[in-house]
Design a protein around this ligand. Structure first.
Ligand SMILES: [Zn+2]
Length: 433
């Protein structure tokens, strides 16, 4: 089930990132989303209340009302078959018959989230279930028909007539990502997923500006009338921020192991590098120490790596340059913001790399400057700091989900899959014109 896999992915993320995402999309999204979910789940109960509370009306109009009533329900997290049936206004024996039929059907052993149920109930015949249907996945459902005169159901697996379609949408962001996406009829759950995918590299509250843009390809399920009944996976996304493309490709790198990768095969689950320099030696760890120049004991809020002058220093993660200038004791230093939680600082540089300026976007591994001994320094080294929610922390003890980097054969296969998505994208774009 789609919802299940999302749940599983979310568990891999720290609570932090989820909190960020929720704040991005603002109360707005979740309100609308929850409301529609709640409406779905309440529908079942409300429709029944109406029937039985308005008995008088029913008597008057009984000839006009259908004898059979259809009730629909979508399972939520924490639901059981027992509590779903418990809330239906039907005979107790019918509830038992329903649970018995479920038990006899192997494929229904585990109740998923977002599984659709429909019941046809005979209102005039002791509130009996005539028929019920349970969706097993987007394309299949099991239909249970009552065997006449018995407390048994005959189960049949049926394939639904849904067609899967790849949809391309693009928009320039005017007021907010959410509003711009809603304006071109992207469903809220796709917008939430889109924002979640970029949570590691974009601070949606501060990094997205008017006239930035996005592109997205995702799956839609259409019924026989061409109505969108559900959405599937995001296959491709691009968020263009200040003329920098942040592309993501969905890719199954092992059976049932799916992740999103940028165009160079790096997972979006970006981690920060512990050592953003090659061929260096850790010369002073994070913690209390006697300052080599000032002479007294104070906290060393970074990690020092000794390396020859001119050794390239890399951005330890994707992000935006907040500062590339002289900063006193730190000499020539660079500060990068990676997302709304993490920032990194690189000090004592001999010089900055070309193009590394305030406001520029940098990629993980990109050279941002070169080792030097500027500022308060006794010899050429890199002083590296990691700031988490405004507090300097020990970079060597960083615990972030490690992002996969596709290499060798894996990378080759990814390239093929990437080309297919690029071709799909140009096909979908040309069909728009
Ligand atoms: Zn230092």
């Amino acid at each position: 089930m789609k919802k299940n896999s999302i749940g599983k992915i979310l568990k891999d993320f720290s609570i932090f990132f989820w909190v960020i995402i929720i704040s991005i999309i603002s109360a707005f999204v979740s309100n609308i989303y929850n409301q529609s979910k709640k409406e779905q789940s309440n529908k079942i109960f409300e429709s029944l209340d109406n029937i039985y509370l308005k008995k008088t009306i029913k008597q008057i109009t009984s000839k006009l009302k259908p004898r059979y009533r259809k009730i629909e329900y979508t399972s939520k997290s924490g639901d059981t078959y027992e509590n779903i049936i418990k809330n239906l206004n039907i005979d107790e024996l019918e509830k038992k018959n329903f649970l018995k039929a479920i038990k006899q059907t192997k494929t229904l052993k585990i109740l998923g989230v977002n599984q659709k149920f429909s019941f046809v109930i005979d209102n005039l015949n002791n509130r009996k279930i005539i028929k019920f249907t349970i969706e097993t996945d987007k394309k299949n459902e099991i239909v249970f028909n009552r065997i006449s005169g018995k407390n048994l159901f005959d189960a049949k697996k049926i394939q639904k007539n849904f067609t899967k379609k790849n949809t391309y949408k693009e928009a320039v962001i005017t007021s907010s990502l959410y509003n711009s996406a809603i304006n071109i009829k992207i469903k809220p759950n796709i917008i939430v997923e889109f924002a979640r995918l970029y949570g590691f590299q974009v601070d949606f509250q501060r990094d997205v500006w008017k006239d930035d843009s996005f592109q997205i390809i995702y799956e839609e399920y259409l019924d026989t009338d061409g109505n969108v009944v559900d959405t599937g996976n995001i296959l491709f996304a691009n968020l263009k921020l200040q003329n920098t493309d942040l592309q993501l490709y969905r890719y199954e790198y092992e059976k049932d192991k799916i992740d999103f990768f940028d165009e160079s095969g790096k997972s979006i689950k970006k981690t920060l590098m512990k050592t953003p320099i090659n061929g260096a030696r850790l010369s002073s760890a994070y913690g209390k120490r006697k300052h080599p120049i000032l002479g007294y004991t104070k906290m060393h809020l970074g990690t020092d790596f000794a390396a020859p002058t001119g050794t390239p220093i890399m951005a330890s993660g994707d992000g935006v340059v907040l500062k590339a200038q002289w900063c006193g004791g730190g000499g020539n230093c660079v500060k990068i913001k990676h997302n709304s939680v993490y920032q990194t600082v690189y000090a004592h540089m001999s010089k900055f790399a070309k193009g590394v300026k305030k406001g520029r976007r940098v990629k993980q591994g990109q050279i941002i400057g070169y080792v030097g001994s500027t500022g308060l320094s006794t010899g050429p080294h890199l002083h590296y700091e990691v700031i988490e929610n405004g507090k300097k922390i020990n970079s060597q003890k960083l615990k972030l989900p490690s992002g996969k980097v596709l290499k060798g054969e894996e990378r080759k296969k990814f390239e093929v899959s990437k080309i297919k998505i690029d071709v799909l994208k140009s096909d979908l774009i040309s069909s728009l014109n």
